[in-house]
Design a protein around this ligand. Structure first.
Ligand SMILES: *[C@@H]1O[C@H](CO)[C@@H](O)[C@H](O)[C@H]1NC(C)=O
Ligand SMILES: *[C@@H]1O[C@H](CO)[C@@H](O)[C@H](O)[C@H]1NC(C)=O
Ligand SMILES: *[C@@H]1O[C@H](CO)[C@@H](O)[C@H](O)[C@H]1NC(C)=O
Ligand SMILES: *[C@@H]1O[C@H](CO)[C@@H](O)[C@H](O)[C@H]1NC(C)=O
Ligand SMILES: *[C@@H]1O[C@H](CO)[C@@H](O)[C@H](O)[C@H]1NC(C)=O
Ligand SMILES: *[C@@H]1O[C@H](CO)[C@@H](O)[C@H](O)[C@H]1NC(C)=O
Length: 444
């Protein structure tokens, strides 16, 4: 058993380094479509640009996307834009129009507007500060759109629509790369309002972007610590999980009681501190998995996510946990939960996130800088065991970033004598669900 588990963990570890392909979301990508609604050959066009987040659990968090591309020639300029804006107007002096074009950059970068911009600057699915939800958390918010009028001398009739498209796309979020050229695809179809009518774009271009942790960075941003009712030992995050704490006076992190640390802003002049609490692991996020109670037919786990950033709140955070017993989850408190089923027959991974108006925001470090859940899992007696670290998670990801796990040989061990004792001491719970729920309430 132990050997098998060790093997399993080394396998997970290898996957972490391999990176380029995500076994938890093999089909995940961000698809960007340009839907044409008005084409004037040789003159320009009006296009709606939509980013679809087709990822099960990765989302785009604040500060949001920044979509960039390179126009095929000097001819293209953005005359007008709504729902987003180009970061630079660029040099427009060769265009005599009034008002001046929105952007004359050869490689413009577009950012989303913030919620609450005037109505005349909005479009459908715009203005969310560049934040895009994952498909699982909120499919209705997994889309971001803007509209623009482009001046261009391309004659789409002559080129069959296949040429004159921009290239060199990027979304401004670390870890994502986009296919080099846009492809001409089936025109997007839209149903309008609540009528039966389906409309379609005149022409649609598409580019697909995908994520790789390997490309993002080798530096993790999250780590896992473990504990259990059957052992006094708390297994901390491995030292230097994210970076190493500096020794000496000029630390690169913040100590809780440091005077004025709430008033300082990070990255000020000559300040190379990263704004996290000083710890041995130096991670901004710590996930703690505590095996809390052992009932006869159930067991109970408490998971706490702690924010160790001094100046960062995480809105709409999410957590991926992988454990073979998740398929038998009976009850979960304080978090939303959805299994992530990627391969039919494998149901060992779940996505957890906050409950609206309660804990969707993970606040900056301090007294309320954590969110926690407890869950009750039905033991499957064929494989349930406290031995060999089985009760601990196989993988943990916070906001799509893999968390560093302690190495399996450090896991809280079950002393030989305690194996029998733990089994015998299992809290006796009547098997009927009614009794079970009463017991659960007592533990709250
Ligand atoms: C992108 O994601 C969509 C939806 O999951 C999928 O249909 C499509 O094949 C993916 N495209 C690529 C190039 O991976
Ligand atoms: C675009 O190309 C088509 C086919 O070559 C041609 O008939 C048409 O006149 C061109 N339009 C303009 C505005 O150049
Ligand atoms: C690609 O885009 C970047 C900016 O996003 C720009 O600096 C670079 O010149 C572009 N490369 C090409 C080949 O156009
Ligand atoms: C985080 O949220 C709290 C409470 O809403 C707020 O007081 C604080 O300024 C926020 N911090 C940042 C860095 O946005
Ligand atoms: C996966 O497990 C969950 C419980 O965690 C259960 O509700 C769901 O029905 C299972 N789905 C499949 C496809 O087995
Ligand atoms: C756990 O879930 C699996 C798959 O849904 C099921 O076959 C098994 O009977 C469940 N075990 C318990 C104890 O609920």
């Amino acid at each position: 058993m132990e050997k098998i588990n060790l093997f399993f963990w080394s396998f997970c570890f290898l996957q972490w380094f391999a990176g380029a392909y995500d076994p938890l979301d093999p089909k995940g990508n961000i698809t960007i479509k340009w839907d044409f609604f008005d084409i004037h050959d040789g003159d320009g066009y009006v296009v709606t640009v939509t980013m679809y987040n087709n990822q099960l659990y990765r989302h785009i968090e604040s500060p949001g996307w920044a979509l960039g591309w390179t126009w095929p020639s000097e001819d293209e300029i953005i005359l007008h834009m709504s729902g987003a804006e180009a970061t630079k107007q660029g040099d427009c002096k060769r265009f005599k129009s009034n008002p001046l074009p929105h952007s004359c950059e050869r490689s413009p970068v577009i950012v989303d507007l913030h919620p609450g911009v005037p109505y005349n600057l909005q479009t459908a699915n715009c203005c969310k500060g560049g934040v895009i939800s994952s498909l699982t958390q909120d499919p209705s918010k997994a889309i971001s759109s803007f509209q623009m009028a482009v001046q261009s001398s391309v004659n789409f009739t002559a080129t069959s629509g296949a040429f004159g498209s921009p290239s060199n796309f990027s979304i401004g979020v670390p870890g994502y790369t986009c296919s080099n050229n846009m492809a001409l695809v089936e025109p997007t179809k839209f149903s309008t309002g609540n009528s039966q009518r389906i409309q379609q774009a005149l022409m649609t271009w598409q580019v697909v972007c995908s994520y790789s942790q390997f490309r993002e960075s080798n530096a993790p941003s999250c780590c896992v610590s473990l504990s259990s009712f059957y052992s006094d030992a708390i297994v901390n995050c491995p030292r230097c999980s994210c970076r190493c704490p500096h020794t000496g006076l000029a630390g690169n992190c913040y100590i809780d009681d440091e005077p004025d640390n709430k008033l300082q802003t990070p990255n000020g002049e000559g300040d190379d501190k990263i704004a996290v609490k000083c710890t041995e692991h130096m991670c901004p996020i710590q996930v703690h998995w505590h095996v809390k109670v052992n009932y006869k037919d159930y067991w109970r786990v408490k998971v706490t996510i702690t924010n160790l950033n001094f100046f960062k709140n995480y809105s709409d955070w999410n957590l991926v946990l992988e454990h073979p017993n998740l398929q038998n989850i009976t009850q979960i408190f304080s978090f939303s939960y959805q299994p992530l089923i990627v391969y039919p027959g494998t149901n060992d991974t779940g996505l957890f996130w906050g409950i609206p108006f309660y804990n969707t925001m993970l606040l900056e470090h301090g007294e309320s800088g954590n969110v926690q859940t407890e869950m009750i899992l039905h033991k499957d007696h064929r494989d349930f065991t406290f031995k060999g670290g089985w009760a601990f998670p196989r993988r943990v990801l916070f906001n799509g970033h893999e968390c560093v796990m302690p190495s399996p040989e450090t896991y809280p061990s079950l002393p030989k004598a305690a194996v029998a004792a733990a089994a015998a001491a299992a809290v006796p719970v009547a098997s009927s669900i009614a009794h079970f729920l009463i017991t659960v309430l007592l533990f709250l």
